[in-house]
Design a protein around this ligand. Structure first.
Ligand code: NAG
Length: 454
């Protein structure tokens, strides 16, 4: 190939891989999976639904074991949460933190990808100063417990906390963003911890609430990413064209002036209700579709914000489903992107394809992929044998499947067992891409692999 042809070829490959990767789940688009409801579909159905969308991440308010198990083997990662009520004991007792990690994190690793633990929800503006002062020690104890667990995939989990926009004393213009001086000392310790551990600052910006307190038509257009005159920031000489960028940049400015410009910002919640009470301005399907649809398109464009160009802020949309048991005005129960029957409330542009066919339950067996490493297979083996319903006795000495006594052979047996008991969905045979489905019965001699031909 002539050099220019080769260059062209390389560029084409780069472009191809860019489009290819952006066609599937996108690492910066997440959803909040709240469960204050009595009508939600089972976690397995929900995870199957998410696999037909571009959602690559979910955030839980707790650490529901059924959801974390359903995520096993998928490419979807989870933020899990410790509740505000758990902060005092996590802060005062390192063994409480170890127990928290042992029951909410370790059983699901490494098959489920847990990206971070969020300690408390809006704890600094929770109204209880003692909780605020205990937030940092709780985060420190959890981080120590993760490291002390000597589980490699646990030590890389980030420990952070989610804050409301109320931590800002000023948010307009964005260049003047600054934290409240009364929480500054508490916040300083937390920011120091986040900066040292490479953990993100999580924030809940809601353009919806900004519109509610200033319900003019031009504010609505600014909040919905629709055409509007823009807002000029005299400090930075930037004209902002949407509220989301303005709010995120206000946080960036606040971090900057607190001395921590390098801390990554993650949007833990943002969203728009599709219905509300008669006196709730702007709550309708058109606005919700405009906000979430335009937000998703904005994130996908990778333009970033004016102060953080060229990169999309990791964003968790609120919310996956309505939470029908939440108190307050109707809008509080009306943020759901999907209905309990798994249909879309409205099309926000999240689907990559038609919803996946119902659980395949194809026949077949799940076995290691050619080229899977010994470490991967050992991890699969350990994980699978630790799961409910998986019987690893046959691969113990004297068992019918003990010979050949190799990690690969034992892992194959255990992985297939897990695939069978997990419901035989194709994604139950992923094991982070170290497994493959086969229609060839791997049973041999007296060793029977459960399963059936299709
Ligand atoms: C934040 O972390 C970076 C990278 O580790 C370091 O260079 C910087 O000094 C830290 N900033 C503060 C204010 O501690």
């Amino acid at each position: 190939m002539a050099p220019s042809t080769r260059l062209f070829f390389t560029m084409a490959m780069l472009l191809f891989s860019f489009f290819f990767s952006s066609a599937s789940s996108q690492s910066f688009i997440g959803v909040n999976y709240g469960q204050v409801a009595d009508n939600l579909p089972p976690p397995s159905a929900t995870i199957q639904l998410l696999r037909s969308t571009t959602v690559g991440k979910i955030r839980l308010y707790g650490a529901d074991p059924a959801i974390l198990r359903a995520l096993a083997g998928t490419q979807i990662s989870a933020v899990i949460g410790a509740a505000n009520g758990e902060i005092p004991s996590l802060a005062s007792d390192p063994s409480a933190a170890s127990r928290w990690v042992a029951s909410n994190v370790l059983p699901f690793l490494p098959s489920t990808s847990i990206s971070s633990i969020s300690v408390g929800n809006e704890a600094l503006s929770f109204g209880d100063p003692s909780v605020a002062s205990q937030l940092l020690p709780a985060m420190q104890n959890l981080r120590s417990a993760l490291i002390a667990s000597s589980t490699p995939s646990a030590a890389s989990i980030k420990v952070t906390s989610v804050h409301s926009m109320a931590v800002l004393a000023q948010s307009e213009p964005p260049s003047a963003g600054a934290f409240h001086s009364d929480i500054a000392p508490t916040l300083k310790g937390i920011l120091d911890f986040l900066n040292k551990t490479g953990s993100p600052f999580m924030i809940n910006p809601y353009p919806f609430f900004a519109y509610r307190s200033d319900p003019r038509p031009e504010t609505l257009a600014f909040c919905l990413f629709q055409s509007n005159p823009g807002r000029f920031d005299a400090g930075s000489k930037i004209t902002y064209t949407n509220m989301f960028d303005a709010q995120v940049d206000a946080i960036h400015s606040a971090l900057n002036s607190a001395g921590f410009p390098g801390i990554e910002i993650v949007v833990a919640e943002t969203g728009w209700p599709y219905r509300g009470d008669a006196n709730e301005v702007g709550t309708n399907v058109d606005n919700a579709r405009a906000f979430n649809g335009n937000l998703i398109a904005h994130l996908r464009s990778m333009v970033g914000t004016p102060l953080m160009p060229g990169k999309s802020v990791e964003t968790y949309i609120f919310a996956l489903y309505d939470e029908d048991l939440k108190p307050g005005p109707t809008s509080e129960r009306s943020f759901g992107l999907f209905r309990p029957d798994l249909t879309m409330t409205y099309d926000a542009g999240l689907m990559t394809k038609a919803p996946a066919a119902p659980a395949v339950a194809a026949g077949g067996w799940c076995v290691p992929k050619e080229g899977a490493t010994e470490e991967e297979l050992q991890a699969n083996l350990d994980f699978a044998c630790g799961q409910q319903g998986v019987d690893c006795l046959p691969i113990q000495p004297g068992g019918a499947c003990f010979e050949p006594n190799t990690v690969k052979s034992h892992a194959a047996y255990a992985m297939n067992q897990l695939f069978q008991v997990a419901g035989r969905n194709s994604w139950n045979c992923d094991f982070r891409q170290s497994a493959i489905l086969t229609s060839q019965n791997p049973s041999y001699d007296g060793c029977v692999f459960p399963g059936s031909g299709s």
